[in-house]
Design a protein around this ligand. Structure first.
Ligand SMILES: Cc1cc2nc3c(=O)[nH]c(=O)nc-3n(C[C@H](O)[C@H](O)[C@H](O)COP(=O)(O)OP(=O)(O)OC[C@H]3O[C@@H](n4cnc5c(N)ncnc54)[C@H](O)[C@@H]3O)c2cc1C
Length: 405
């Protein structure tokens, strides 16, 4: 998603662009996610109080955030940095920075659609619901900081009021609120639409070509070493999602990117008739209705770089989702999926120059917001590559973690 969006922005600035992906572009984390476009959820992952709460979650397999104890020794230095960002000051800074970057998000999605990027997009808002009504105000605190983006604090709704607008919610739901401005896309349709459009605009898209390292000396790279030989260029962008840290390491640079594993189940003909996406507050599960299917997505598992699909986590996802729904989705017709989000210790993306290099840039670390932030990230990194600086860019500068290996 991020690489294709960036290619689109570079091409519109008249650059000659080649996208290289070791698989089909859009085949990894950008495929089976919930597809929400939600500037309202701009708050970073490390939140005040999360450090302590996640210690308890570590021991529970069905918790929304799970740290695999076997991976703990390798993850410990990264987790330590993450926990140090679980405070009110860093959270407020991160929320403001991401919300500011998101200021252009809806306009940029409309611009893609107007320019012939064909994709499935819905503008039906986001309904946030809770089993315990007392939990809703906690989810509403960010609205005060989001006022500049045009958000008003939504009205708290009772379970009955929620069921009146979304009849498939269960009787167990007792409260929630509707954020009317939010949207969602079918992410596979967006990456396919972007890939098609950038090719029409003259971008070369090379699938099945892995990047192995770089050729050059000092601060400048001359070419990439790929599975199909060298590829020369004058500027390079690493947008390899959760694998970006590994790619940067081949160039001797350290990027603190960890994999946050998530799961989804896409049920065709689901026996549910949802009108809009739902966020199940306590379980931290998202549900997205698409044309002819519904996708249930969630969990954040820190277990290192692997795409192993744990059936127990999927069972927990199904079980938790069922509590919020009146109708049991036809799980037996579901497609199960696992994806790796790229996450950083402060929960903010890495957008800017790769530390130690003059002509290598990075755009990754979008955590739970890579779809939402794709167009704004692309514009920002294209501006930076063209030599423009921006106040908001400082918060995302990869140099904030700079250290050469
Ligand atoms: C369960 C779940 C639900 C989510 N829901 C949402 C949501 O509702 N809204 C939202 O905004 N975000 C959501 N996200 C997050 C979003 O999916 C990601 O932030 C986004 O897809 C990241 O895109 P990316 O382009 O950075 O990474 P990826 O899509 O992972 O792309 C990285 C690409 O790099 C390629 N690559 C890696 N290494 C190499 C190499 N050495 N050589 C060549 N190519 C390489 C890979 O093949 C891949 O195609 C969700 C994530 C999960 C897991």
């Amino acid at each position: 998603m991020i690489g294709l969006a960036a290619a689109y922005a570079f091409r519109h600035r008249q650059h000659t662009v080649t996208v290289i992906d070791r698989g089909p572009p859009g085949g990894e984390c950008s495929r089976g996610n919930a597809g929400w476009v939600v500037p309202f959820l701009s708050g970073p992952l490390p939140a005040p109080g999360l450090g302590l709460r996640s210690l308890g979650w570590m021991l529970r397999r069905d918790s929304p955030l799970h740290v695999d104890l076997r991976a703990l020794p390798g993850l410990a230095p990264w987790l330590w940095r993450f926990w140090r960002h679980c405070n009110a000051r860093d959270y407020a800074h991160g929320l403001e920075a991401v919300a500011t970057l998101n200021g252009a998000t809806m306009r940029l999605f409309d611009a893609w659609a107007a320019d012939g990027v064909a994709f499935e997009m819905h503008q039906s808002g986001l309904l946030v619901v809770f089993l315990d009504r007392a939990h809703a105000p906690e989810a509403m605190v960010d609205f005060a900081a989001l006022e500049d983006l045009g958000y008003a604090v939504p009205k708290l709704l009772t379970g009955d009021a929620l069921r009146a607008i979304e009849p498939d919610l269960s009787e167990q739901v007792t409260g929630g609120f509707l954020v009317e401005s939010e949207r969602h896309v079918r992410p596979e349709s967006l990456t396919a639409g972007l890939a098609r459009r950038v090719e029409e605009l003259g971008v070369t898209v090379r699938s099945g070509v892995g990047v192995l390292g770089a050729v050059g000396g000092g601060r400048v790279i001359r070419a990439l070493r790929t599975s199909e030989g060298e590829l020369a260029a004058d500027r390079f962008l690493i947008a390899a999602g959760a694998w970006s840290g590994r790619l940067a390491a081949t160039m001797g640079a350290a990027l603190p990117v960890e994999a946050g594993k998530g799961y989804s189940i896409t049920v065709a003909d689901p026996a549910l008739s949802l009108r809009r996406p739902l966020y199940f507050g306590e379980a931290k599960i998202g549900v997205s209705p698409f044309r002819n299917s519904v996708r249930v997505a969630g969990t954040m598992e820190l277990s290192g770089m692997n795409t192993r699909l744990h059936v127990r986590r999927l069972a927990a996802l199904r079980r938790s989702a069922e509590r919020y729904l009146r109708v049991r989705p036809a799980w037996e017709r579901g497609e199960e999926w696992v994806g790796l989000r790229a996450i950083t210790p402060d929960g903010l993306p890495l957008i800017g120059r790769l530390p130690g290099y003059d002509n290598v840039y990075v755009a990754t670390g979008h955590g739970m917001l890579g779809v939402t932030l794709a167009p704004a990230t692309a514009e920002l990194v294209a501006d930076l590559m063209d030599g423009c600086t921006d106040d908001v860019a400082a918060s995302f500068d990869p140099a904030r973690f700079a250290r050469r290996t």
